[in-house]
Ligand binder design. Structure first.
Ligand code: FAD
Length: 387
């Protein structure tokens, strides 16, 4: 990974250790198999146990069998996993930030004891059901409802684009209590509950090594204690997304690294015109100079956001900036690196096209690039353009 400003010097010894451990794991266990999984459109479930054993699931949470890493440590884990593949990082992001985090932050003591230790061990996988077929960028419009019925709630609705849906044992389902005008609450729904169905979404050209599903809830009856008791309204799902987006801004540093390193190695060896490697041509060097600058900008934003988070000064708008900036930079870098490899760049023999395809999803999920633009626009002007 280019580290032009020696950012590593800011890392605590345990942060370097976790970075290097996950780096070695990705080299040994993820990179040899991920291209084939991507090609087949399968998620490497065989890695779940090892990822859990390394303590990477919910790794920034305290207690309940979680590793309790610093925010920088969590970011570095995401970075190294995404150097392998955005699908592998997405699996860990959803498990940690979108399912374990709301249970940890908003759950009852009984819910925490019941789910968190098993989720940290990878024995229960979770998914996060917010998006619906007609409500993506505007999730507050959701139509999934939970109707109070004596000692239970009865849930009805459809969620779409749900990562881990078909491998999950529990789904965090966000629904409006009482009807479509009701207040949003989170529910922990065991996926074997009658009326719950997960359907795999096929024909994806992006995030192929990741399970993406549609969730159908038809008269799904859960006990009253399935509700997350300590949050109400859109603050619940949005705070989960803030946590996950922070991880994404770090994660894409890994995708940038994989593309940059591959293209640099290729450019030094690929010879065109007068026996010279393409790395000796000025236009190719300009591409590396621009990419190095973009990677450095992204690293500095991620690091500064982690410091603000540790000081409890990180606002959702800061996270919008780093998600928007870093994912866009990663996508541009992947595209430039693909170009540097010429025709070879479009094959799965090299990791770049896989990362490029994956980053198209990362650009869209967890708030599209343009929605984050509008959030920042609102922060600057005080005017909400998207409402
Ligand atoms: P839309 O909201 O329809 O947006 C389409 C376009 O319109 C975008 O360019 C957008 O920026 C633009 N647009 C929308 N509103 C405005 C506006 N007001 N002003 C200007 N432009 C606007 N969701 C979950 O809940 N859980 C998951 O685990 C999950 N995993 C996912 C995995 C994958 C592979 C994918 C592709 C998506 C996943 N999502 C998940 C859903 C994701 O968060 C949504 O796709 C995203 O929020 C965008 O919603 P949409 O696809 O409905 O697009």
């Amino acid at each position: 990974m280019p580290d032009f400003f020696d950012i590593s010097r800011h890392l605590a010894p345990e942060e370097r250790t976790i970075r290097d451990t996950v780096h070695a794991f990705v080299d040994a266990r993820v990179l040899p198999i991920i291209g084939e999984h991507f090609e087949r459109g399968t998620f490497p479930t065989e890695l779940i146990g090892e990822i859990a054993e390394l303590g990477l699931l919910g790794c920034n949470l305290q207690g309940y069998g979680c590793a309790g890493l610093s925010d920088i440590g969590y970011g570095l884990v995401m970075q190294e996993l995404e150097r392998g593949d955005s699908g592998v990082r997405s699996f860990a992001s959803v498990q940690g930030s979108l399912v374990m985090y709301p249970i940890h932050a908003f759950g009852s003591e009984e819910q925490k004891e019941r789910y968190l230790p098993k989720m940290a061990k990878g024995e229960i996988i979770g998914c996060f059901g917010l998006t619906e077929p007609d409500f993506g960028s505007n999730p507050a419009g959701m139509r999934t409802v939970a109707i109070d019925d004596g000692d239970s709630y009865v849930l009805n609705g459809t969620k779409r684009w749900i990562t881990n849906g078909n491998i999950a044992g529990v789904a965090v389902v966000w629904a409006k209590v009482g009807g479509v005008d009701g207040e949003v609450h989170g529910f922990l729904v065991p996926t074997d509950t009658k009326g719950f169905e997960a359907r795999t979404i096929h024909k994806k050209m992006s995030l192929r090594a990741s399970v993406t599903s549609e969730l159908i809830l038809e008269d799904v009856r859960v006990k009253k204690d399935a509700i997350l008791p300590n949050v109400r309204g859109m603050k619940g799902p949005l705070s989960c997304l803030t946590s996950a987006r922070f991880g994404i801004a770090w994660g894409v540093l890994g995708a940038m690294q994989a593309c940059f390193d591959c293209a640099l190695d290729y450019a030094k060896h690929r010879v065109q015109f007068a026996g010279k490697p393409i790395a000796s041509h000025q236009l190719v060097q300009q591409k590396f100079a621009e990419m190095l600058t973009a990677i450095t900008n992204s690293q500095l934003q991620a690091l500064e956001a982690a410091r603000l988070k540790a000081e409890k000064k990180l606002r959702p708008q800061h996270v919008s900036m780093i998600k928007r900036h870093n994912v866009h930079a990663a996508l541009e870098i992947a595209r430039t690196c693909r170009d540097i490899l010429g025709g070879n760049g479009i094959t799965l023999e090299y990791p770049i096209m896989r990362h490029l395809c994956n980053l198209e999803t990362v650009f869209t999920y967890e708030g599209t690039h343009d929605v984050h633009t509008l959030i920042l626009g609102q922060d600057v002007t005080g005017i909400a353009a998207f409402e």
